[in-house]
Structure formats: C-alpha cells, structure tokens
Design a protein around this ligand. Structure first.
Ligand code: NAD
Ligand code: UD1
Length: 332
C-alpha cells in the first residue's frame, strides 16, 4: 500500500517524503513542479537510498490523478500541493482559489471514487486570523482570513468538515503549521524560493550568501521584549515527523485538527542574532517600517498534538539557523 504525497517535491513535502521512506513506507509523489523541480526526487533518493514514484501531474487534472490511483494501491494521501505566497495571493486571488480550493476538491473527488478516504491536509496558523491572544489553541476556532491565501485554507478546512459530516467513514487530519524553517541536516534539500523571498529565513539566507544586500526588519516598536515581532519557528524535519504521527492516527475514522509548532515564541532579532552566532556570519540589516497585516506575537499551544499524536518538536532555533545556512550556502 502506498502513500500519495501531493506537492511532494516542495519544501515541506520533500522533507516529509524523506521521513516516510526512512519509515519504509511506499511513496508516490504528484507535483506539477510550479514551485519545485524534478531533481528533488533524485535528492530524496540520495538522502534515503530509497526510491519513490514521481508523476508530473496537476491535482486539478482529474484524468491524470485517476491514472495515478489506478496504477498504484493508494491507501492514504498527504496533501501539500498549493500556492502559498500571501502577498501574491492578494494580486492573484482567482489563481489561489483555483489552485488550492478547486485543486483540493478534484483530489477529494478522485479519492472518493477510488475508495481512498484517509487524508492529512497542510493547513496553517493563518486560519486563526487575529484571535486577540498570542497563544493559539485549537479550541479558538477559525477567525477571519487576512489574505486570499488564508481564505483558501479556511475554506478547505470547512470543505473537509462538510465532507466528514456527510460521510463519517473518512479519516481526516488537518495540521496547522506555524513558521517552518530549517533544512535537512544533509544540506541536500531545503527551501530556496525563486525571486525575492517574502518570508524571514529565506530572506536571511539570501543576505548571508550576498544575493541580497540587507534584511529589513519590519518594525521594532511592537509591544514585545525587543520590539520586533514574535513567531513560533519550527524545524521542517520536526514538522515532517508530525505528519508521520498524524498518518499513524488515521487508523480510526474521524476529523482531527492539530497545531504543529514548538510552543515557544522567538523575535525577529533573536533569529537574526542566532543565525549570526551559530554560523559565524555578519548579517546586514536595518530597521524598517512595520509590514501591513503582521501581528505582534503568536505561538502554538502544541499540547494536543503531544497528547493525542505523541509528537513534539525537538529542535531549537540554533539547529534551525545552522541547517538553513548549511543548505543555503550549497544551494546558491
Ligand atoms: P512549496 O511551494 O515548497 O510546495 C508546494 C508544492 O506543491 C510545490 O512543489 C508545487 O510545485 C506543488 N503544487 C502547487 N500547486 C500544485 C498543483 N495544482 N498540482 C500539483 N502540485 C502543485 O510549499 P511548502 O512550504 O512546502 O508548503 C506546503 C503546504 O504547506 C502548502 O499547502 C502550504 O500552503 C502549507 N503551509 C506552508 C507553510 C510555510 O511556511 N511553508 C506554512 C503553513 C502552511
Ligand atoms: C507569513 C504569512 C502567513 C503564512 C506564513 C508561512 C503574512 C502576513 N503571513 O507568516 O500567513 O502562513 O508566512 O508561509 O505574510 N520579517 C522581517 N523581514 C522580512 C521578512 C519577515 O522582519 O524580510 C518578519 C515579519 O515581520 C514577521 C517575521 O519576520 O514578524 C516572520 O515573517 P514571515 O516569515 O513572513 O512569516 P509570517 O509573517 O509569520
């Protein structure tokens, strides 16, 4: 029996495939390569010494997806495929709804027709909106989306709940990620976005390699310990391991939701200073105005995942910063 991983050549997907293969799982990847490349499949093989099947398929193409299901015995699906750039989603809302929401509906239709009803879905802390408290527990429920990207995640969570309500033989796990950074310890896979990055760690990486001149720290006048924003950064390998635990839980039908974060908040300046310290590098940075839409502080309450999945993040920001640079200096 195989696990289908949509978006499996992407950042989080590729790290998850590595962990699945290490656990001797059979893996089939579908990815349209819109934000990744096929050489990731070779890199996964290089790290694990194991093979997985790859299909260059867009999940919105039902015919292609049906072929994948017909050619493989797929027992469960981990669904990463989607567009994820918050800023871009504001300019291209239709593309985001089409890719993320329609793509998920197509996938669910094909799964249903094939009798495969086990799904792990990549959701995001963004679904909480602005709940008025920095510590996010699953009980807070979904808030108001701050971007079309966020709206697609909220909509998909609602679709999945509706689907389960209509047929409770499904088993669905919605994982709300906080801020994934870091890379595989081998330095072979990691995050290397095209163009100018929006997120903090990829931007820091490009300043460290000299590809970008300086980092702008968006605001130092927040009501936080050093005035810069606080987030819950989680090592991508810890995040990948959360998916393995979530898959194990798919034995019993139900709909589950889990925060995947460390439970600890770190400021932008702490990340910058830690990156400099562990990698012995000086980063050029300046304090810039606040970025619209940023919240001062939020972090996960990860206790539900610990209690129910037996999962908790192990790696700290030192390892995250070291592994990010170990990857980025080779990827340049
Ligand atoms: P990524 O862009 O690196 O990976 C997504 C992969 O999906 C890419 O390889 C892309 O080519 C593929 N893809 C996109 N649309 C597709 C389609 N229609 N058909 C087939 N393949 C398609 O992103 P990531 O950081 O690995 O994120 C994975 C998932 O996790 C996304 O759904 C994202 O929204 C979610 N997420 C990411 C973060 C983050 O900070 N990285 C945070 C919360 C949630
Ligand atoms: C962003 C998205 C969020 C998404 C997440 C993961 C926004 C408002 N939110 O979260 O929906 O789920 O990415 O993809 O875009 N920072 C700088 N300088 C930079 C870049 C970032 O100071 O050049 C700061 C930001 O102000 C923030 C922190 O670093 O305080 C982290 O930023 P980022 O990596 O973009 O993640 P989020 O904004 O938390």
């Amino acid at each position: 029996m195989a696990i289908l991983v949509t978006g499996g050549t992407g950042y989080i997907g590729s790290h998850t495939v590595v962990e699945l293969l290490k656990n001797n799982k059979e893996v089939v990847i579908v990815d349209n390569l819109s934000n990744s490349s096929k050489d990731i499949v070779d890199k996964i093989e290089q790290i694990t010494g194991k093979k997985c099947k790859f299909y260059e398929v867009d999940i919105r193409d039902a015919e292609d997806l049906i072929k994948v299901f017909n050619e493989n015995e797929i027992d469960s699906v981990i669904h990463f495929a989607g567009l994820k750039a918050v800023g871009e989603s504001v300019y291209k809302p239709l593309e985001y709804y089409d890719n993320n929401v329609i793509g998920t509906i197509k996938l669910l239709e094909v799964m249903k027709a094939s009798g495969c009803k086990k799904l792990v879905f990549s959701s995001s802390a963004t679904v909480y909106g602005d709940p008025g408290t920095p510590k996010y527990t699953e009980e807070l429920g979904r808030g108001k989306a701050s971007s079309p990207y966020g709206a697609t995640k909220i909509t998909i969570e609602e679709i999945l709940e509706n689907l389960y309500a209509s047929d409770n033989t499904w088993t669905i796990s919605m994982l709300r990620y906080f801020n994934p950074i870091g890379a595989h310890e081998s330095g072979i896979i990691g995050e290397n976005p095209n163009g100018i990055p929006n997120n903090l760690m990829p931007y820091i990486q490009k300043v460290a390699t000299g590809e970008l001149k300086e980092l702008s720290i968006f605001g130092d006048d927040y009501d936080t310990k050093d005035g810069t924003c606080i987030r819950d950064y989680i090592h991508v390998v810890d995040l990948a391991l959360g998916h393995i635990k979530a898959l194990e839980k798919l034995e019993k039908p139900g709909i589950y939701v889990y925060n995947l974060g460390t439970g600890k908040g770190h400021s932008v300046l702490e990340i910058v200073k830690t990156f400099e310290k562990v990698n012995n590098i000086k980063l050029n940075y300046k304090i810039a105005p606040r970025r619209a839409g940023d919240l001062a502080e939020f972090f996960a309450d990860p206790s539900k995942a610990k209690k129910e999945l037996g999962w908790e993040a192990k790696k700290g920001i030192e390892e995250m910063c070291r592994d990010s640079w170990n990857f980025a200096k080779n990827a340049k």
